[in-house]
Ligand binder design. Structure first.
Ligand code: SAM
Length: 177
C-alpha cells in the first residue's frame, strides 16, 4: 500500500471493522489526506472511531454507516476517478454477528464502482476469506470477475496458499493502468 498511497491522497476503507485498516490508510494518507471508511455496523464504526481518536487520526477520516456499494454517494464529482486505493477486508467482524458478513450481491457492485473511482495507477485490494460459505461465493465471483477484466486496462494478481489446510485469507489485487 505504501507504494500506492502518498501524503495528501484520498483513499477508501470499504470495510472498517475494528479500524485497523482505516488507521493504516490514514497514516499513509497523512494529515493532509482523506479516508472514507464504510461499515454497515454502528458497533464497528464506534470501534474504528475510538482507535482513530487514540492514535490521533480521527480528523482525516469520515466514518460512514452504509454499504460500500453506495460509495459513489459520498464522493464529490471531482473525486470520482481520483482515489488512490480502496481496501476490502471481506467477511465478518471477529467475535461479532457472523450474519453481518460481506455478501457477493453488494461486494461485486462495490468492486465495480471502485474500479471506476480509482485513478490510473490506483489499486483495489481485496482480502478474501473462503473458509465460510458466503466467503466461498465471494471468492468464486471475484475471481471470475477479475479474470474477465480487460488486460489492456487492468493488472490483476492473486495470492493464495495452496498447502495450507484451513482456508487462510487470500489476496486479490487490481490496479488500473
Ligand atoms: N478492516 C477491518 C479491520 O481492520 O479491523 C476488518 C473488517 S471485517 C473482516 C469485515 C467488516 O465488513 C465487518 O465489520 C462488517 O460489518 C463489514 N461489512 C459487511 N458488509 C458490508 C457492506 N455491505 N458494506 C460495508 N461494510 C460491510
Amino acid at each position: 500500500m505504501e507504494e500506492y498511497i502518498s501524503p495528501g491522497d484520498l483513499v477508501i476503507d470499504a470495510t472498517a471493522g475494528n479500524g485497523n485498516d482505516t488507521l493504516a490508510l490514514a497514516k499513509l494518507a497523512g494529515k493532509g489526506g482523506k479516508v472514507l471508511a464504510f461499515d454497515i455496523q454502528q458497533e464497528a464504526l464506534k470501534k474504528t472511531e475510538s482507535l482513530l481518536k487514540e492514535e490521533g487520526f480521527f480528523d482525516v477520516c469520515r466514518l460512514i454507516l452504509d454499504s460500500h456499494h453506495n460509495m459513489g454517494n459520498y464522493l464529490a464529482e471531482e473525486e470520482k476517478g481520483g482515489v488512490s486505493a480502496i481496501v476490502f477486508n471481506l467477511g465478518y467482524l471477529p467475535r461479532a454477528n457472523k450474519e453481518l458478513t460481506t455478501k457477493v450481491q453488494t461486494t461485486l457492485p462495490a468492486v465495480e464502482k471502485s474500479l471506476e473511482f480509482i485513478k490510473p495507477n490506483g489499486i483495489v485490494v481485496l482480502i478474501v476469506y473462503s473458509g465460510h460459505e458466503e466467503g466461498m461465493h465471494e471468492k468464486e465471483a471475484l475471481l471470475s470477475f477479475a479474470s474477465q477484466l480487460s488486460e489492456k486496462k487492468y493488472h490483476t494478481a492473486y495470492l493464495s496458499y495452496p498447502n495450507q489446510k484451513k482456508n487462510p485469507p487470500e489476496l486479490l489485487l487490481i490496479t488500473k493502468k
